[in-house]
Design a protein around this ligand. Structure first.
Ligand SMILES: [Zn+2]
Length: 290
């Protein structure tokens, strides 16, 4: 685990999950009230101790751990992390609360869907219910010299939340605006997903007009037209899914016609996580065909 990039008080952390770089980021906000956005999976959270130390944040001073959703790569480590940062409150969508208190069902479902990758992420451990805050849509939470706004963003998951840092105009969309790197962006949509809701959520985030987007997969980027682009791409992929016979068929079509897909395939095809980001995502599109 290492500090990947620093912008003002926003530290992009490369969690180096499974010893692979540029797959899963987490963010530490060195604000007056310090916070973490995305715990990452259980297997990497110990690394936060030395990173906090490197930044100069005392373990007792982290006040919040914000989760975009409970999928293991984003929030699986939060139980362990809450034991390291003993004063931190955990922020999650109301639908996610019961899975943090009792993660057994989440773990079993993850093993079924993700197979070996779930073992690589590691099992989630429970969070004490008194530590959990489930904010309302649109609520703002003060970080002292910064404010963070909660934006419910269902689609990728019904309990998905995005966060917007108001002063630094930075959006943390979790998985609700795809995966992005170097200006390329593609959807991440394992079943069950709801594309109509995804589009509505992206529209909601576009209204905020962020200058920067801090992706979990992967890194902080200028916002440019990335939200418009992912919105169009979801519609385009839905059309492609309708005329595709199988995951392989859709994969081949995308390799032919979609330069963003080509970019990510080239970058990640040999990754342990490739199956996660390609086959599962296309299955999402094929299972939601209308
Ligand atoms: Zn997810």
């Amino acid at each position: 685990m290492k500090i990947y990039e620093i912008k003002d008080y926003i530290y992009t952390i490369d969690t180096e999950t499974g010893n692979e770089s540029e797959i899963i980021s987490s963010y530490i906000l060195n604000t007056e009230r310090p916070a973490i956005i995305e715990s990452g999976p259980s297997s990497i959270v110990k690394g936060f101790l030395s990173i906090a130390d490197e930044i100069g944040i005392n373990v007792n001073d982290i006040e919040f751990i914000f989760l975009t959703h409970i999928h293991l790569d984003h929030g699986g480590g939060v139980g362990l992390l809450s034991k390291i940062f003993k004063n931190a409150k955990v922020i999650v969508h109301p639908y996610g609360v019961k899975h943090l208190i009792n993660p057994e069902k989440l773990w079993n479902a993850s093993k079924t869907i993700l197979g070996k990758i779930a073992e690589l992420y590691g099992a989630p451990v429970p969070v004490n219910s008194e530590r959990i805050i489930a904010p309302k849509d649109g609520e703002t939470i003060s970080l002292g010299n910064e404010r963070i706004k909660v934006i419910y963003s269902p689609g990728h998951a019904s309990h998905h939340v995005s966060y917007f840092l108001e002063k630094s105009s930075t959006l943390f969309p979790g998985d609700s605006a795809g995966i992005s790197h170097d200006g390329y962006v593609i959807p991440t949509t394992p079943p069950p997903c709801d594309f109509d809701k995804s589009i509505e959520s992206i529209e909601k985030m576009r209204v905020l007009n962020p200058e920067y987007i801090a992706y979990t997969h992967f890194g902080l980027s200028d916002a440019n037209n990335l939200l418009e682009k992912i919105e169009e791409k979801i519609s385009e992929w839905r059309r492609i899914a309708v005329s595709s016979k199988s995951v392989e068929d859709m994969h081949n079509t995308l390799l032919d016609v979609d330069e963003d897909y080509q970019y990510f395939w080239k970058k990640m095809k040999d990754s342990k996580f490739a199956d996660n980001f390609f086959r599962l995502s296309l299955e999402g599109f094929l299972s939601e065909r209308k």
